[in-house]
Design a protein around this ligand. Structure first.
Ligand code: RUQ
Ligand code: CUA
Length: 672
């Protein structure tokens, strides 16, 4: 049985090898694809290192992208226990995200309601280059958006759409005081205000790559697009901000500098070197101040969660400020980087920039100091689309030789070491940043993508653990049909040698992840919403105020919920053709006492209402009859008693609109 799985895995691995990197691989052994000693990979004391006793807390929160699930999940480390799934660019029936009337606007875009996306990267906010536990940002790849999740509530509180973009992959990465979140487009396309109805093979003339600089308000976290850079039409893949001495710069990996528009697999792998684009964003800011930007008409959605009204508000923004990097050509410089770079990572000192060429047999490390010297001396090797190309050797600090196959991403510890994932050879390689010597390598199971060290892309990594996020798991778990669980693998990196200590399955396909010491988050947790602060327009301040109000064919139910009943719990006089809005206020003021609300036949999911909050479910009855509703969250010993009835009559009936609780008319009934 086991062998059969392993054989499939080997076949699959070599399939990947043959298709994507045949050229590089012909000289190298392909046997490294299948790790050999499965049995000996985990040592005896691994369990004690990951054991978090019942009733005890994990040391870190680990935020993990869900890839095509559009969600973010939260795990504890080192236990690997799943704590929560946060809907970001997705519907979530569990939390009524995207189903309640209040949350729908959060998923609005210029294309309308888009309740799905492909979430690849998460990035924690930083202060002085250190993770501060305030917010976590996430990207939507497909319909380009950036979201902000508030870590006091673990809720998505803002989503901004990106104009002039497609495939928002190089996103969202932040500067060291969270001044900006940046987002680079993966697909270059004709800009929104230019004619997009052009032959695809006019790529070279008509397609452009845009990078967005989203300003983040220090106090509130509110995002706004400060400016965009109009760049050559390449594919931007990943990025990271400079830090310390390189603060003020941003680095983006680019591929398809061939500007192919078909069969990129071959056509975008022609050049020996693509680029890392170095962006001087402080310079860009100066140009903005000096009025060098052009305001371009566009249309994009900006959705903000209002904490007072417990409601998302979507507004459409109609223009964006653009700086043209061809005209203002001291904003950007191209650094040649071998073979279709993917990851682009900056070490904790801010001096070293690591480019990971997917098809390269080495890892180049660039020096920020050398880059600055080269720029000052105009040590250029011509131009690329109007942008100066710095000579490779002039910016290069050195190369890590023979690191492994298919380098993708690099994270750092606090002791001057780097860890690079090797997709093709399925391993993590540890190397020293100063002397570029490989120090250790461990297998992953299998085909590792991103890596995560807590604080590993900040100025202050916490080290201790490394998590590898694997694309393929094959024989690691009990099989679950054609699709197997994706996985995270936890390594202890506190010693010289990396040691695998835990495997745990993940939700969706994990890409980037970040972790933060638990106390940075726990100290700020919001436990309830205060009733006295509730500014929802349909807030019901106590059972006495519960009521039903008819406005034409719309019926608003001002409902409250508290252990263990709804007020009102009997409603009559609803008619066919009515639209019923249940505005449910949870009157509880205790931590962890949500109530649910569900009604038979509702196409919407249930509601899950937090203490002190008001949430709305829209329901259109489709037949005459009796409709029970009930609480879906097991809230007390009498949870099963938490229920009610709604009577629906024919459109022409003259049953009066009434609502009651315990036989008493509940509040008033208004017919407007
Ligand atoms: S990606 S596995 Cu971040 Cu979309 Cu590299
Ligand atoms: Cu409220 Cu169950």
């Amino acid at each position: 049985m086991k062998n059969r799985f392993l054989n499939t895995s080997a076949a699959l691995c070599s399939g990947i090898l043959l298709v994507s990197v045949a050229i590089v691989l012909s000289v190298l052994s392909i046997s490294s694809c299948k790790p050999k000693n499965l049995g000996s990979a985990v040592s005896g004391d691994a369990a004690s290192k990951t054991y978090v006793a019942p009733g005890h807390y994990d040391e870190f929160y680990n935020f993990v992208s869900g890839g095509f699930s559009g969600q973010m999940s939260v795990y504890g480390l080192p236990s690997g226990r799943l704590l929560r799934v946060i809907p970001v660019f997705s519907l979530d029936p569990e939390k009524s995200w995207g189903y309640s009337e209040e949350t729908k606007p959060m998923l609005n875009t210029s294309h309308g309601f888009v309740p799905w996306d492909d979430l690849h990267h998460v990035e924690l906010s930083q202060t002085n280059g250190e993770v501060d536990g305030r917010w976590i940002f996430a990207n939507a790849n497909n319909t380009p958006r950036v979201a902000r999740v508030d870590l006091t509530t673990f809720r998505t509180v803002e989503v901004i759409e990106l104009p002039n973009s497609a495939g928002n992959h190089s996103s969202p990465f932040i500067t060291e005081n969270t001044e900006y979140v940046v987002a680079g487009t993966r697909f270059s396309v004709p800009p929104d205000n230019e004619n997009g109805d052009v032959p695809i093979n006019t790529y070279k003339e008509n397609f452009k790559g845009y990078i967005s600089f989203i300003a983040v308000d220090k106090e509130t976290g509110h995002m706004s697009i400060a400016f965009q850079l109009r760049c050559p039409g390449v594919n931007f893949d990943l990025s990271h901000a400079g830090k310390g001495p390189s603060n003020g710069w941003f680095f983006f990996s680019c591929y398809n500098t061939e500007q192919a528009n078909t069969l990129l697999e071959v056509n975008a792998s022609q050049r020996d070197k693509d680029f890392i684009m170095a962006v001087n964003w402080k310079k860009a800011e100066e140009y903005v101040k000096a009025g060098k930007g052009k305001t371009i008409p566009v249309s994009y959605a900006h959705n903000v969660w209002n904490e007072k009204t417990h409601t998302g508000v979507s507004e459409t923004i109609k223009e964006v400020l653009v700086l043209d990097t061809k005209e203002l050509n001291d904003i950007c410089y191209m650094i040649p980087c071998p073979k279709s770079p993917h990851g682009c990572d900056v070490d904790p000192t801010g001096e070293y920039i690591v480019g990971s060429g997917k098809l390269a047999a080495l890892i180049p490390v660039f020096s920020f100091t050398k880059l600055q010297d080269a720029i000052a001396k105009k040590d250029f090797d011509g131009e690329y689309q109007g942008i100066n190309v710095v000579k490779y050797e002039s910016a290069l600090y050195g190369e890590v030789q023979k690191p492994g196959l298919g380098p993708l991403h690099t994270e750092f510890d606090a002791n001057g070491n780097a860890y690079t994932s090797m997709f093709v050879s399925s391993e993590v390689v540890k190397w020293n940043i100063k002397d570029l010597k490989v120090l250790d390598r461990v297998p992953t199971y299998y085909s590792v993508g991103h890596l995560m060290v807590p604080g590993g892309d900040s100025r202050k990594p916490f080290g201790k653990y490394l998590v590898a996020y694997d694309k393929i798991t094959k024989d690691r778990y009990l099989p679950t049909g054609p699709e197997l669980a994706q996985a995270a693998q936890l390594y202890d990196i506190s010693g010289d040698k990396m040691e695998l200590i835990l495997d745990y399955p993940t939700i969706g396909e994990p890409h980037y992840a970040q972790a933060v010491p638990a106390d940075l988050i726990t100290k700020n947790q919001l436990k309830i919403f205060k009733l006295e602060d509730n500014g929802h327009p349909y807030f019901t301040n106590g059972e006495k105020e519960s009521k039903v109000v008819r406005e034409g064919n719309k019926v608003h139910v001002y409902m409250t919920t508290i252990r263990s009943h709804f007020a009102p719990d009997n409603i009559e006089g609803i008619k066919m053709g009515d639209e019923v809005y249940f505005h449910v206020t949870n009157l509880e003021q205790d931590w962890d006492v949500p109530h649910g609300f569900a009604i038979k036949g509702a196409v919407n999911a249930e509601l899950l209402i937090m203490p002190g909050e008001t949430t709305t479910l829209k329901w259109t009855p489709d037949r005459v009859g009796m409709f029970p509703f009930y609480c879906t969250d097991f809230c007390s010993a009498l949870h099963q008693e938490m229920q009610g009835y709604i009577r629906v009559s024919p459109a022409n009936s003259n049953v009066a609109l009434t609502s009651s609780l315990g036989g008493q008319t509940s509040g008033k009934t208004e017919v407007n």
